[in-house]
Design a protein around this ligand. Structure first.
Ligand SMILES: NC(=O)c1ccc[n+]([C@@H]2O[C@H](COP(=O)([O-])OP(=O)(O)OC[C@H]3O[C@@H](n4cnc5c(N)ncnc54)[C@H](OP(=O)(O)O)[C@@H]3O)[C@@H](O)[C@H]2O)c1
Length: 248
């Protein structure tokens, strides 16, 4: 099934967070797209390796030089047409758990969640946006989360994660305005993938009805389809897996 029809061929693409549940699925699907000639798959433990169209390489979200190196490497062959940032953190062992109450908030937890979910993707935007294609449609899409919507927040809780994604949305909206001045055809968006069966959601997905829990491949299919349908006027927006606008 061809998903990417609106991007000029041969397309140069990148996925950051390529070892995650959704990231792996995005790499697999982009690799199968006839219009795509290069899939740069970045993750923190990767070693430089090539498998057909897939070029694996390391990136560290907390090391700006490694982000600059990754952007330079990915755009060496051609400007980038599609970039997905699929990295993110919600929990880590017993050290990081989404807060149920304000009493469980800690400086260390909140700092790490914001470093990974907000600062890392924003620095990726800083270095990848200037090497996106200028004259034709290009898309820089970052996986945010519906819980980062301020207007949709009715339950509270998950303070660090919600805050990190709300701040990420603001950063992308701000960057989209500046970016449009030089790259008017280029699109910068936040995307919500739905609830997806990955290590990130695993401790919390038991309450989700089976039909609402997407497999990573289903989620990646939705996300690539959303990206394919976007136009320049959508830049700066926040979109769900179904292509519908989510209010900030
Ligand atoms: N799954 C869901 O239901 C859901 C819902 C809403 C939004 N999202 C968002 O979708 C994105 C992808 O989530 P996922 O479900 O695919 O999660 P996942 O399977 O846990 O993958 C997360 C990815 O982020 C990377 N990562 C985490 N901490 C990192 C760090 N400090 N430095 C570099 N990379 C780091 C991981 O790298 P390693 O493989 O090296 O650990 C992994 O590639 C996230 O932004 C998440 O917030 C997911």
């Amino acid at each position: 099934m061809t998903l990417l029809t609106s991007i000029k061929s041969p397309a140069n693409t990148a996925v950051i967070g390529a070892t995650g549940g959704i990231g792996q699925a995005l790499v697999e699907l982009l690799n199968n797209e006839p219009a795509v000639s290069w899939v740069h798959a970045f993750s923190r433990n990767a070693t430089n390796a090539r498998e057909g169209k897939i070029y694996r390489a390391p990136i560290s979200l907390c090391n700006e030089q490694s982000i600059l190196d990754a952007a330079t490497k990915a755009a060496k062959i051609a400007p980038l047409d599609v970039v997905f940032v699929a990295s993110g953190i919600l929990h880590r062992g017993t050290e990081i758990r989404p807060e149920k109450t304000m009493g469980s908030l800690s400086h260390n937890t909140m700092s790490e969640v914001i470093a990974v979910n907000t600062i890392g993707p924003t620095l990726i935007a800083k270095h990848f946006l200037p090497v996106m294609r200028k004259k034709d449609k290009s898309v820089f899409a970052v996986l945010s989360a519906r819980v980062g919507s301020i207007s949709d927040n009715r339950l509270g809780g998950w303070l660090s994660y919600r805050t990190s994604k709300a701040a990420l949305n603001m950063a992308l909206k701000t960057l989209s305005i500046e970016h449009a001045r030089r790259h008017p055809q280029s699109i910068v968006v936040s995307l919500h993938p739905g609830t997806v069966d990955t290590p990130l959601s695993e401790p919390f997905s038991k309450t989700v009805a089976n039909r609402s829990l997407f497999t990573p491949i289903e989620a990646a299919t939705h996300l690539i389809s959303v990206v394919d349908n976007l136009s320049a006027t959508d830049s700066g927006g926040f979109f769900g897996w179904d292509g519908l606008v989510i209010e900030y």
